[in-house]
Design a binder for this molecule. Structure first.
Ligand code: SF4
Length: 329
């Protein structure tokens, strides 16, 4: 019999409710993410992320294309949130992350979000609840979990993020999130500012990932090889080494652990406004991919996953197919 996720204990002690209330109060002068815009989101003002009081849910589905320890045989119960606190010119999810007008019709209450979590658990029978781009909605997500627990929510929660997260906000998620899945996107903050319109990305993301590792430690699997807790770091290789892959991998090896699983993503293809940047106007080539794999080998980092050559098509979502953005129509 699987252990109940740790948020059950937080619920029973009253701590989950206290945290949800503390986080909601911070929406009055929003400092939920490192941008610290100060927008009064309780009055529906918006900051850089374009998120107001309600949470935009762009898509809910059983995702079979995540890392095998997350998708397993029944799929990862994925909730894609609309809007974002970054502005990547090459965003693969730009249909939902960079179009706030379209997200207005996707806005729901925390109660409705709780209902979607229970749908993934009870009707789609997924292995986990996978929160994609959750950073700007952490208060509403905690409220939804608080409402879903007495209705039977028991699945582990996955926090699937661009890593531009605030350490103090993450601290409120200790014992709530079982599996952290950050994407370490850059090793040069100037490039991050240019390509994703975000300040101080590198120190911010590295501090956030250290906090995630402090909370969950190494990846643990159950008897069916499904993730129970821990940290998995994704890294999207960009053409012309714009993602600083070598520096990021060395940082993980040196500052965290060589046994942290790295999910190396080779799926980059120019999308959204990527063609405006000549260095981003092509997919990565085999030599660029092999260089990062060799480095992992040299550093003795054996845990993780590599995408195969066909991944570029498979992983590109189309959010016009709301219930199954990763499947062919
Ligand atoms: S969550 Fe949004 S409004 Fe709040 S600080 Fe971050 S970008 Fe600004």
């Amino acid at each position: 019999m699987a252990q109940p996720p740790p948020y059950i204990e937080l619920y029973e002690s009253g701590e989950l409710e206290r945290r949800a209330a503390r986080l909601e109060a911070r929406l009055e002068e929003c400092d939920i993410c490192p941008r610290r815009c100060g927008a009064n989101r309780l009055k529906n003002e918006t900051g850089s992320c374009n998120a107001g009081k309600l949470v935009a849910v762009a898509s809910v589905c059983a995702h079979h294309g995540e890392e095998p320890v997350l998708s397993g045989s029944r799929g990862s119960g994925t909730i894609f949130f609309g809007n974002c606190n970054m502005r990547c010119v090459y965003c693969q999810n730009h249909q939902i992350s960079q179009d706030p007008d379209r997200q207005r019709s996707n806005q729901v209450s925390p109660s409705r979000l709780a209902n979607r979590m229970l749908y993934l658990q009870n009707e789609l029978n997924c292995h986990n609840i996978n929160l994609v781009s959750p950073t700007h909605y952490i208060p509403q997500i905690l409220q939804a979990i608080f409402e879903a627990v007495p209705q039977g929510l028991r699945l582990p929660l996955v926090y699937n993020t661009n890593a531009y997260d605030d350490v103090e906000t993450l601290a409120e998620l200790e014992g709530v999130i079982s599996i952290y899945l950050p994407d370490l996107k850059y090793a040069d903050s100037n490039l991050a500012a240019r390509l994703s319109d975000v300040p101080h990305y590198v120190p911010t993301a590295r501090a956030a990932i250290k906090e995630m590792y402090r909370q969950t430690g190494e990846l643990e699997l159950d008897e069916d090889d499904i993730a129970v807790s821990g940290l998995i770091i994704r890294h999207l290789i960009l053409p012309n080494d714009l993602a600083g892959s070598e520096a990021s991998v060395k940082w993980i090896a040196g500052e965290l652990s060589r046994s942290v699983p790295i999910s190396l993503m080779a799926q980059y293809t120019p999308r959204h406004r990527a063609l405006e940047v000549p260095l981003l106007s092509r997919s990565i080539n085999a030599a660029e991919y092999r260089r990062v794999i060799n480095l992992l080998d040299v550093l003795g980092m054996e845990n993780g996953w590599l995408q195969d050559d066909s991944s570029q098509d498979y992983y590109l979502p189309d959010f016009n197919r709301e219930d199954h953005p990763f499947e062919r129509g």
